[in-house]
Design a protein around this ligand. Structure first.
Ligand SMILES: Cc1cc2nc3c(=O)[nH]c(=O)nc-3n(C[C@H](O)[C@H](O)[C@H](O)COP(=O)(O)O)c2cc1C
Length: 321
């Protein structure tokens, strides 16, 4: 919250509002963080927590902590170096950046995944995804929960982002699960489906060839009054089982939120707005500090809960309040 207030003081009001916006009345945006607080920890005693490791591996990439930078559009509005600075900060912290299809700049990093939208003109998507694969992206994230860019019923409420693209460059509202295999084949990369809230959609995604699913409500920016990802996670994990990793995003604000998500079965979490606040206030160094802070806070939280490594984290760690 402190970071958000500092960013508010620095950013042009329209940019701050665009980043912070939620759809509708902002009910889902505002509920996201509170929803993680619906679980309580059950610490283990007599564990040797003199050394705690938060390290984990995702699709062959080892990350210092299971906290990734989620895809968010237009980092150049926050900082002149935009996505280049974000990527540098994320890499310095040993994390991974999911680079948005609506980015302000191309990314230069060897620790990144590319987020794709399937556009109405599929040849545009194909060009973006092939380019990402050529430039070293290690996975593709297919965002499936945004058939249309959200537009506020009250434009002056500022909830709509900049989107005056010609129709062929907009998301295809007829997107089907066949897109997963199409993206996997053209890129040769694992494809994760982002925006899953229902167990059956996770199963459809896996059957279509998804290598992972991301439980998300898009930061509450698409459909207001949509369920909190914290409350959707466990059922998706139960349906998916060990078949593919389940990731989650939405309102992850500290190490306790990360531990709760992992205890509910997520393999890693993504953070969206906090990265934008860190970029705006501190550039690449600010982004590195943000991820270092998540890692340190998770380390302390795990130690207090009697957990030496992410492999120790299971459902017994939390109980619904
Ligand atoms: C300013 C902004 C832009 C976003 N742009 C994208 C995008 O281009 N693609 C996408 O898949 N998700 C996008 N998202 C959603 C995020 O990936 C993520 O789901 C959400 O922000 C997570 O919630 P958090 O901001 O509370 O961490 C955006 C979110 C924000 C705040």
């Amino acid at each position: 919250m402190d970071l958000e207030e500092r960013a508010r003081a620095i950013l042009p009001p329209a940019v701050f509002e665009y980043y912070r916006a939620g759809a509708g009345e902002g009910i889902s945006r505002d509920e996201a963080t509170a929803a993680w607080r619906d679980w309580r920890f059950l610490p283990r005693l007599f564990q040797d927590v003199s050394r705690v490791s938060t390290e984990t591996t995702l699709f062959g990439t080892t990350i210092a902590a299971p906290v990734l930078a989620g895809p968010t559009a237009l980092h150049t509005l926050a900082h002149p170096e935009g996505e280049v600075a974000t990527a540098r900060g994320v890499a310095a912290a040993g994390s991974l950046l999911v680079h948005s299809a609506r980015a302000g700049l191309p990314v230069e990093s060897d620790r990144w995944w590319f987020q794709a939208y399937v556009l109405r003109d599929r040849s545009l998507t194909e060009a973006q995804v092939r380019d990402a694969a050529n430039r070293g992206a290690r996975a593709i994230v297919l965002t499936a929960d945004a058939p249309y860019v959200y537009r506020s019923a009250v434009p002056e409420a500022g909830a709509a982002g900049p989107d005056n693209r010609p129709p062929e460059q907009r998301q295809d509202p007829a997107l089907g699960p066949d897109a997963v295999a199409w993206l996997a084949e053209m890129s040769g990369l694992p494809v994760l489906v982002k925006g899953v809230l229902r167990p059956e959609d996770a199963l459809v995604s896996v059957a279509a060839g998804a290598a992972g699913v991301i439980v998300s409500n898009h930061g509450g920016r698409q459909l207001d009054r949509v369920v909190a990802s914290a409350h959707a996670l466990a059922a998706v994990v139960e349906a998916v089982g060990d078949r593919v990793p389940v990731l989650v995003d939405g309102g992850i604000s500290d190490g306790a939120d990360v531990l709760t998500a992992l205890a509910l079965g997520a393999r890693a979490v993504l953070v969206g707005r906090p990265v934008l606040w860190a970029l705006a206030t501190g550039g690449a160094d600010g982004v590195r500090e943000l991820f270092d802070t998540y890692r340190e806070d998770l380390t302390n939280t795990m130690a207090q809960a009697g957990l030496k490594s992410v492999a120790d984290i299971d459902g017994s760690v939390v109980r619904r309040r």
